[in-house]
Design a protein. Structure first.
Length: 441
């Protein structure tokens, strides 16, 4: 009788465990997230040991995708071919930055013509950087990219150790060593780019995260560092405005300790002189900056570090605020943990009113981290990346899809390589014959 009792207990426990396990999988109840994290980490470790690139592949089972065509030319790719649709109308080139299977897995930028065919590509790496800290391809992500009319490109990696310029044929021109990240943006005259950098800890106060978070103005021609400042400089220049201290620890009198990654700057965008007339409260060159960890977007004078405008809390873990020709600022609002992202529009000097121009719920758009956008067709459409879905979309104001790319991994519907950003370039953007020498190599 005793054995029957204990046997019944074990049987019921097993049935209950199976039922709960099914519930975890079906309803994603606790500890679904924790188990998924452990599974992913173990997969990454196995991938590293076997020389694979699983860290660059994501799983998105949130939606079924439309039947898109393989990207041409097919010979450019290995087993994993992105799939696209270009119903249009589209005028100009579309550039997509991300990770692709080009026979081997590479970080690259693909240049599409108006029909959706790849007409040029750049392979991006740090092979020319001779430092022990350099990471292999699976351990970094292309984040920050600009292309010039001569076909040269300037780019950075999250997890990288440099800012580099390559020519049109992916050959190194110059490199600046440092932990540059997230954002590379041309000035209006195309003589400089502004970018973000994580400095090494300052010896006299290694805990001060505000002194580590910096910005550099880099010469396009030679990679010279022509201006720089840190968040600590911004704090000192605005003693009566406390925007950055919310995640500062209060354990000492001086308070130079912070919680981990307290501000997370992720974009810097200089106001072009051509748009300055639409922004009477700002001057050409003023810097639009995003701080993901604070849900904060600011406009900063690059010379004095004075804050001229800010919006706090209108977005959650945002990326990529942009100046627009109509005097508005558009923002990629990730809405982390809220299951859908959006593109919003603010109208300075009013900081607390926003208009949603792309609703994530309408197009199954959610990227809890990363992401960039661009208004196209005179503001009638939006081109944006969805990194955590391995996807790029262009949607017009009526909700019509003008282009879509899905960066499939080995033709799987829900496993994808990451994409970083997409840009639309005018059809006459590049100098004539820019890429001819590359095709003859």
């Amino acid at each position: 009788m005793k054995y029957l009792f204990f046997g019944s207990i074990l049987f019921l426990t097993a049935i209950g465990g199976i039922a709960y396990g099914v519930g975890i999988g079906v309803y994603r109840m606790w500890p679904y997230t924790e188990l998924r994290f452990i599974k992913d980490e173990l997969s990454f470790v196995l991938s590293d040991l076997m020389g694979r690139t699983d860290r660059l592949v994501l799983t998105d089972d949130s939606r079924s995708l439309p039947d898109l065509a393989p990207v041409e030319p097919a010979g450019l790719f290995g087993a994993s071919v992105p799939r696209v649709s270009f119903p249009g109308p589209i005028s100009g080139y579309t550039l997509v930055l991300g990770t692709f299977d080009l026979g081997t897995v590479e970080h690259a930028a693909l240049l599409f013509d108006e029909t959706g065919r790849v007409v040029h590509h750049w392979v991006l790496n740090e092979d020319a950087i001779a430092t022990a800290e350099r990471r292999d391809t699976p351990y970094k992500f292309p984040h920050g990219f600009e292309v010039m009319p001569d076909g040269s490109v300037i780019f950075a990696f999250d997890g990288g150790v440099s800012l580099q310029k390559f020519d049109a044929c992916s050959r190194p021109v110059w490199a600046v060593e440092g932990a540059y990240h997230h954002s590379v943006t041309l000035t209006g005259d195309r003589r400089h780019v502004w970018t973000l950098i994580n400095h090494d800890p300052v010896p006299e106060d290694p805990r001060d995260e505000a002194r580590r978070a910096g910005a550099h103005k880099i010469g396009v021609a030679d990679g010279s560092i022509d201006a720089s400042f840190t968040v600590r400089d911004v704090i000192r220049a605005n003693p009566t405005l406390d925007l950055f201290g919310a995640r500062q620890m209060d354990e000492t009198k001086h308070g130079y300790s912070w919680i981990r990654d307290p501000m997370h700057p992720n974009d810097i965008d200089p106001l072009p002189a051509a748009l300055a007339g639409a922004f009477p409260d700002f001057a050409p060159g003023d810097l639009l900056m995003s701080f993901r960890g604070l849900n904060l977007v600011t406009a900063v004078d690059p010379e004095t570090q004075k804050v001229k405008w800010y919006s706090y809390g209108q977005m959650r873990r945002q990326h990529d605020p942009d100046w627009e020709p109509d005097g508005t600022i558009t923002i990629y609002d990730n809405r982390m943990h809220r299951n859908s992202s959006r593109i919003i529009q603010l109208r300075p000097p009013e900081p607390q009113h926003s208009e949603t121009i792309i609703k994530g719920e309408d197009v199954e758009f959610y990227s809890w981290i990363q992401g960039k956008h661009q208004l196209t067709d005179g503001g009638n459409a939006v081109l944006f990346s969805i990194p955590q879905q391995g996807r790029v979309l262009e949607i017009d104001r009526d909700g019509n899809v003008r282009m879509e790319l899905v960066n499939n991994f080995q033709r799987s519907n829900n496993r994808r390589f990451l994409v970083s950003e997409a840009k639309r370039l005018p059809v006459n953007y590049f100098h004539p014959g820019t890429f001819e020498l590359c095709t003859k190599q």
